[in-house]
Design a protein. Structure first.
Length: 406
């Protein structure tokens, strides 16, 4: 009888790894379900804990939320129309618009042909499918509600994609303005300033203090531009690597939460993701404790993830989750109160859905406010820089013209 290695969530919500013998992956999955385990990954071969650790290293490439939403929606429509699942996957592998997703669908199609179910194909080594989606598909397959699960996940990834697009939109304007400012400075320092200085010095004009300061800055940039460029690139690479470490990522997210305007917006987005993911898991029949690890991975914020660790520890001790979220000191008072009411009344699923909608609206308002504030700030900063440059040129030129008239 072949052996299979697995990673799963136990009744306390902890990730465990091990191996089981069985006639097939389906038999092993059923055995794990009987033992109260929610399978995250099953692989043929007794790789044990080491295999689970190695398989957790995924490629850096990611399928975007729009492609995932399209995949889930299309697959649910195929199932609803009664088309054979294999035939449906084959069609999708040829017609899916996103190139990366099309490649993934083709791989899933080939693996399903060998006898695997869809969730097992999604969890194969090297898969780019998010763990949450493969876990939800596995739940849908086990409960016979795969079509509903796919529709729910389609909506989930569609909303996630919209949030990411809003974040990108909010960052585009400051970047464009910063690039324009750098372009203006380079143009002035390398082309305009030398010509103007030649004219002024030829007439014997004196340079005011502001002009001398601008010239000194210009000389620093023109003489040491290569050193400055290398330093900036090196700093960027070092910071990028540091932010990929657990400590660096945590420090970065802590700092961002203290930034005016951005901190509140980040907190609202994390709260919305928490509520929406928790709602989907409970709605699909996954116990909250077992689903907390999946919720944690979807928050995309190290400080919020630390708050989830408090919640997991508290639930494992039999304490209220809301009580431990207070200790974490991340989510705002309203979110914790709403969650507490849901726990006490047994209406947690409904409350989480309302929380997700509320914080989605708060996030939308936050993005609008952020853009409304950033635009004038950037205009003032760039306008100030341009004004200093213009004044530094006009003052000696006016002095030059007055000397010519005399």
């Amino acid at each position: 009888m072949p052996k299979f290695s697995y990673r799963a969530l136990d009744s306390r919500g902890q990730v465990v790894a091990g191996s089981l013998s069985g006639d097939s992956m389906l038999a092993v999955r059923q055995s794990m379900k009987n033992d109260g385990l929610v399978a995250l990954e099953i692989r043929e071969g007794a790789g044990g804990a080491l295999s689970g650790v190695l398989s957790s290293f995924k490629p850096k490439r990611e399928v975007n939320g729009e492609a995932l939403s399209h995949f889930c929606r299309q697959l649910s429509v195929i199932m609803m129309s009664g088309v054979n699942i294999l035939k449906g996957l084959e069609i999708m592998s040829q017609q899916t618009p996103d190139k990366l997703m099309r490649s993934e669908v083709g791989r899933i199609f080939r693996e399903v042909q060998t006898g695997k179910n869809i969730s097992e194909a999604m969890r194969s080594p090297g898969s780019l499918i998010p763990e949450m989606l493969s876990g939800m598909v596995a739940t849908g397959e086990a409960s016979g509600s795969l079509e509903d699960v796919l529709r729910t996940m389609s909506e989930f990834y569609d909303k996630e994609h919209r949030i990411k697009q809003k974040i990108k939109s909010a960052s585009v304007y400051p970047i464009v303005m910063a690039v324009m400012a750098v372009g203006i400075i380079i143009l002035f320092f390398n082309f305009l300033l030398p010509q103007i200085l030649g004219m002024i010095t030829a007439t014997g004009g004196k340079l005011p203090l502001i002009t001398r300061i601008v010239i000194a800055i210009s000389e620093v940039f023109t003489r040491y531009y290569l050193i400055i460029l290398i330093s900036v690139v090196t700093l960027g690479v070092v910071l990028n690597r540091y932010f990929k470490t657990p400590g660096g990522r945590l420090n970065r997210d802590k700092f961002m939460l203290k930034v005016p305007m951005a901190g509140g917006l980040i907190r609202n987005v994390s709260t919305m993701r928490f509520a929406r993911t928790a709602y989907i898991l409970i709605h699909s029949g996954v116990p909250l404790l077992q689903g907390l690890e999946l919720i944690k991975k979807n928050l995309n914020n190290a400080v919020a993830e630390k708050a989830m660790d408090y919640a997991i520890d508290g639930l494992q001790r039999g304490e209220s989750m809301a009580q431990n979220l207070v200790k974490a000191d991340y989510f705002d008072t309203m979110a914790i109160q709403m969650f507490s009411i849901g726990e006490e009344t047994g209406e947690l699923e409904k409350i989480l859905n309302e929380m997700a909608e509320f914080y989605n609206q708060e996030s939308d308002a936050g993005f609008a406010k952020f853009l409304a504030m950033v635009e004038p700030i950037m205009l003032v900063v760039i306008g100030g820089m341009v004004s200093v440059i213009i004044i530094s040129v006009l003052l000696p030129m006016m002095d030059m013209f007055s000397n010519i008239k005399r």
